[in-house]
Design a binder for this molecule. Structure first.
Ligand SMILES: Nc1ncnc2c1ncn2[C@@H]1O[C@H](COP(=O)(O)OP(=O)(O)OP(=O)(O)O)[C@@H](O)[C@H]1O
Ligand SMILES: [Mg+2]
Length: 239
């Protein structure tokens, strides 16, 4: 087994890096994949999220490497043969050695952005960093994930137009602005764990998981009534 490695990064604070990381982790786990989340952010949000469920049922191992930000690419090598997917939640700074280190080892960089001008401006910095990383990691893919989407607002549609002009691939799947995403962090779960009431959010996450799979050349299948699979039974991993 050699894990697929995805870095979730962006310059700005708060566009949804940790949210995208944790929802994707759950979506891959739902398909029987063994998932690890690497938390490289000293704020420890992913670590806290993974530890917040009442019954410890978050279906991925969450490990913090925030103490060794410049060695993320080396440390991850210890885990690649034990997992199918490793998601790296980056800190809110492209200047952080953790972001740079993650981009050296990732196969795909996902860049969450909110449909706002300031988020779009901030993208320029991460794009520069991706170009630098590609001098070493020449097959690194990158794609923008629109988060906190609000349909039928001028700000959102204008921002999407501007985004498309930047020339970066933009994922078709978008996460809308929904309370379900906020609840997940508090409850230490993913949208699937909220049950059928979160159907719209579940559909968005499912669509994103399948689209990310396609970027990685994996043919992931839709899961019928995915909330019924929850909580998942996750196989133990020896580390
Ligand atoms: N689609 C969404 N709808 C509603 N709220 C959201 C959505 N995505 C994220 N949020 C909320 O926005 C806040 C920031 O999200 P998150 O922590 O995922 O961003 P981040 O990029 O990891 O932030 P940081 O830069 O601080 O690490 C959180 O309170 C989260 O619950
Ligand atoms: Mg975060």
């Amino acid at each position: 087994m050699s894990a697929r490695i995805i870095a979730i990064a962006n310059q700005k604070g708060g566009p949804g890096k940790t949210t995208v990381t944790m929802q994707l982790a759950a979506g891959f786990a739902l398909r029987g994949q063994k998932v690890m989340v690497i938390d490289t952010d000293p704020q420890g949000s992913a670590t806290q999220w993974g530890a917040s469920s009442d019954d410890g049922s978050f279906p991925a191992s969450v490990v913090s490497l925030s103490a060794v930000p410049d060695k993320v690419h080396r440390e991850i090598k210890k885990f690649v043969s034990d997992y199918d997917v490793i998601l790296i939640d980056c800190p809110p700074s492209v200047a952080s050695p953790a972001t740079q280190s993650a981009l050296l080892i990732a196969e795909l960089a996902l860049l969450p952005v909110r449909p706002s001008p300031t988020d779009l401006w901030a993208l320029k910095e991460i794009v520069k960093l991706i170009e630098t990383a590609r001098t070493v990691n020449d097959e690194l893919l990158a794609a923008v994930v629109v988060n906190q989407w609000q349909p039928n607002t001028l700000l959102s549609t204008d921002a999407l137009d501007a985004l498309q002009e930047l020339g970066l691939p933009v994922m078709q799947s978008r996460l809308h602005q929904r309370q379900a995403y906020q609840q997940c962090a508090v409850l230490g779960t993913a949208v699937y764990g909220l049950g059928k009431a979160a159907k719209l959010a579940i559909e968005e996450v499912e669509s994103l998981v399948i689209e990310v799979g396609k970027l990685l050349g994996e043919d992931l299948k839709p899961v019928k009534n995915p909330w019924k699979q929850w909580p998942l039974v996750v196989k133990e991993t020896t580390q």
